[in-house]
Design a protein around this ligand. Sequence first.
Ligand code: GAR
Length: 203
Amino acid sequence: MLRIAIFVSGGGSNLQNIIDDIQSGDLKDVKIARVVASKTGTLAEQRAIKHRIPVSIFVNSDSSDTEALLAQLAEDQTDMIVLAGYLQKINHEIIRAFPDKIINIHPALLPKHGGVGMYGIRPHEAVLAAGEQTTGATVHTVNEEYDKGKILLQKEVKVFSDDTAESLQTRVMLEAERVILPQVIQEFALAKKVGTAPFAAGL
Ligand code: GAR
C-alpha cells in the first residue's frame, strides 16, 4: 500500500479525483494518509473532512512548523507527497526528507508556462497570449527550483480559437489533469509493490 499525503490550497478537484479513483477501485494499493492544507476554510479541506481523511494546516511560517509536519508525516508512514493545487513553495527540509518522492501537477506543458507566479488561471492566460495551439498538463517531481523537476507524464489538450482562459482551465482539468495525476500515483504504487523504481530508469 502506497501511503500518500496530498497538499492542497484551494478547490481540491484533483484531491477529489484521487478519492473517487480509490473508491471506485481504478486506483489500487493507494491510501490517502493525510491532506495538508496551506490555509483553513478551503473546499479542498472540506472534501477531506467529508471523507474522514486527517487534515493538517501547514502555513510554512517557521522551521518549527516544518519539524512538526515532518514528524506527523513520519508517524503516518508517508511514502510520498502529492502537490495537487498547492500554491506555496515547498521548503528545503521537506524536499530533503522526500527525495524524488514529491510530485506536482502543473496546468501547462512544462517547460513552457511554468515558474514563479504561474498557478491557477495564469498559465492558461499565458497560453492564449502566446497563441499556442496546444496546451495540457504535466506531472513532475519537485526539487528546489520551481517547476523544474523531472517530467514524469504529460497530456496534451487542443486550444480552440474561441477558448477563454476559463474554458481552457476547465478542459485541461477534465482531459489532462484528471487522467495523468492518478496515473502517475498508480505507477508509484505499483513500483512500491514490486520493489522497483517508479518510471523505470527515470527515478
Ligand atoms: C490545478 O489546475 C492545478 O494544476 C493548479 O492549480 C489547480 C488546483 O485545482 N496548480 C498549479 O497551478 C501549480 N503551479 P484544484 O485545487 O481544484 O485541484
